[in-house]
Design a protein around this ligand. Structure first.
Ligand code: SF4
Ligand code: SF4
Length: 644
């Protein structure tokens, strides 16, 4: 039995933020959970999938975030509480349906948990999901600690049912992935029944058709719900004040910044000068509650991550309240007191707060700072972000890079989101030349592929992972096929959503709960679009390169090359070598080889190391995964493989 459902009410558990969120959903009595994997959100669905049998849940990894929200919404319409989970980029994907759902309203509790990634620790942007709450006019809650992560999710279901609207509970990386003590609540009985009422009066939200029209009427209801949410938030226990009754500075914050702010005040020993107003209900703001606290001080510092979302909301309110609370001086992101990009931490808050308080604060002595700087430069080994040893993507990009070089027409690859995004970097031979959203590689390539009549004669390639193929590449490929875009789409099929932890996708034979399901065949899908499809093993460099050269020479597009090979970390392949590898020292040419050590300087598998003393390359047996690919790249034949 998973520890997520163990323990009695009142007991404490050490939970990761994402586990606390999952537990909150279980305590709320959800029946359905859907999401698309993406760091830092993935563990929520994974943990719910583990308890799906014993808690009678339907849990799925959906094909993309929009579909995930649609699946969860269906449960709500049928009277079942449902949770939908995604990372920040996913909200963009879901936003089309989200806008309509906010208009149609919901029935049983429906909660969307986006996990944002300030600082883009595992993302290609630090987009903000909070703005979507304001854009589509739904309530937004932001937990400030692990206990709140659980409690807020549970409360969000009650709120959703009270207002009959979707409620957003936004987490961030440091909350989702750090751990803290959480006091358990009760798990309700399972066995809810679904029934979709649809033949009542058209304007009856609980019995009529679920639609967002008549638009003006429904939009008015939507805005009334937001006003009611603001009323309810006046008494919310998630909004707290901690500090003196008449602080010199009122620090207003939310989310993980609450923890950083507390730490900063303590470090500056400014407890008697600064009061912290922690907002848990960040949209809509409860006006009377905020007004009471704005009255406490004339200097306000707003601490939050990424965009000045809270800052703007508070300033609008303060402007409206100016006749009664007077003019305030604000500090935050807009004046540069708090950095406008990147993840926050206690040091960054200390710097901003010290400036506002006029404290000359030196976090560490100059000699310590100098020593730390030197250690960082000279003490830590130099490491580039790289593909794992034995990763099929390294072999794929080796072939793609070489094929484009051999072609001589300045061909290029439109990148996509996945482990293979690393091909932007030297470790992937800097092969990717564009990189945007999921599926955009093929979509952008489709655009380039139509520019022949404007003289574009460069080969155009796109890459896509297998999960990404189902997520967003299929419509882009359909577009390319329909319009005859002259492109080659390389599907890097490593049989899993490897980057986020091997969550299943429609190409696989199991679902999130481990049940056997039908696998969809990428090759047949592409063929059904009338596209020429080839398949190669990327570890066979010669055959892959030959196929690529042939496909990019084709004047009729699009075509697809599926490069199928299991991820080196997949459960089926991990720890299983195909070859034992060694380098014959007497043959190795070392620095005289190719571009000055072709294997360690150019191919860059971490399993290959340079012996500085002997001036030859070596295989690091601990790291080498035994894929055998490097034997094909050594021009001297010094790298040898022996079948295991
Ligand atoms: S092992 Fe081969 S590729 Fe590597 S340095 Fe020696 S000769 Fe060059
Ligand atoms: S066989 Fe070569 S390419 Fe494969 S993991 Fe080992 S060192 Fe790396």
């Amino acid at each position: 039995m998973s520890y997520l459902v163990q323990g009695k009410k009142g007991e404490q558990r050490l939970f990761m933020g994402n586990e606390a969120i999952a537990r909150g959903a279980l305590e709320a009595g959800i029946s359905v959970a859907a999401g698309y994997p993406g760091t830092p959100s993935s563990e929520i669905i994974e943990n719910l999938a583990k308890v799906s049998k014993e808690r009678h849940l339907y849990v799925e990894w959906s094909v993309n975030e929009k579909v995930a929200l649609e699946v969860a919404a269906a449960a709500s319409f049928a009277g079942l509480r449902a949770l939908c989970v995604m990372k920040q980029n996913g909200v963009n994907v879901a936003s089309d349906f989200l806008l309509h759902l906010a208009g149609s309203g919901t029935r049983a509790g429906l909660v969307l948990v986006p996990c944002d990634d300030p600082g883009a620790l595992s993302s290609v942007n630090e987009g903000e999901s909070r703005h979507f709450a304001r854009l589509v006019e739904i309530p937004l809650l932001e937990p400030g600690n692990f206990q709140e992560a659980k409690e807020m999710v549970r409360y969000a279901f009650t709120l959703s049912e009270e207002l009959r609207t979707l409620v957003m509970v936004r987490s961030v990386t440091r909350l989702s992935h750090a751990s803290g003590n959480v006091t358990l609540g009760e798990l309700p009985p399972t066995g809810s029944k679904a029934y979709f009422k649809h033949d009542g009066f058209i304007l009856d939200q609980m019995e009529g058709a679920v639609i967002s029209s008549p638009v003006e009427y429904k939009h008015t209801l939507q805005q009334e719900r937001v006003q009611k949410a603001a009323e309810l938030f006046e008494e919310s226990p998630f909004n707290t004040y901690c500090g003196p009754p008449d602080p010199e500075v009122l620090l207003i914050t939310s989310s993980a910044c609450n923890l950083y702010s507390k730490e900063a005040v303590r470090l500056l020993q400014a407890e008697s000068r600064v009061g912290i107003l922690k907002m848990g209900t960040t949209w809509p703001l409860p006006p009377r509650f905020v007004e009471r606290h704005l009255r406490m001080a004339d200097t306000i510092l707003i601490v939050e991550e990424v965009l000045p979302f809270l800052e703007e909301s508070v300033k609008i309110l303060a402007a409206e309240l100016a006749p009664t609370i007077g003019v305030k001086t604000f500090y935050g992101k807009r004046d540069g007191t708090i950095p406008a990009t990147g993840e926050m931490n206690p040091d960054r808050v200390v710097q901003g707060l010290a400036r506002v308080l006029g404290i000359d604060y030196q976090p560490v002595s100059e000699s310590y700072a100098q020593k730390a700087l030197e250690s960082a430069f000279f003490g830590a080994p130099e490491r580039d972000l790289t593909f794992c040893p034995g990763c099929p993507h390294r072999a794929s990009f080796w072939s793609i890079h070489n094929a484009l070089q051999l072609d001589h027409r300045q061909g290029f690859v439109c990148g996509d989101i996945g482990c293979y995004s690393l091909a932007m970097r030297p470790t992937g031979y800097e092969t990717l030349k564009t990189l945007h959203a999921m599926g955009s590689g093929t979509g952008v390539a489709s655009g380039f592929g139509m520019l022949r009549e404007f003289g574009l004669d460069q080969p155009v390639l796109a890459v896509s992972g297998d999960s990404t193929f189902f997520h967003a590449v299929m419509p882009a490929l359909a577009n390319a096929a329909h319009h005859g875009a002259n492109i080659t789409v390389v599907v890097l099929d490593n049989s899993g959503t490897a980057m986020t932890g091997f969550q299943p996708h429609p190409g696989l034979t199991v679902d999130a709960a481990g049940k056997a399901v039908q696998a969809l065949d990428i090759r047949r899908i592409c063929e059904a679009m009338g596209v020429e499809v080839r398949q190669c093993d990327p570890f066979d460099l010669a055959a892959t390169q030959a196929a690529l050269l042939e496909l990019i020479s084709s004047r009729q597009g699009p075509n697809v090359l599926i490069l199928k090979q299991l991820c080196a970390l997949s459960p089926e392949r991990k720890g299983k070598r195909r070859f034992n590898m060694h380098i014959v020292e007497t043959i190795c040419m070392g620095e005289n080889c190719g571009c000055n050590r072709l294997c360690t300087r150019v191919f860059k598998c971490p399993g290959l190391i340079w012996d500085k003393v002997k001036k030859v390359s070596r295989i690091d047996d601990v790291i080498c995964a035994g894929c055998g690919v490097c034997a094909s790249i050594c021009p001297a034949g010094a790298i040898q493989k022996e079948a295991v």
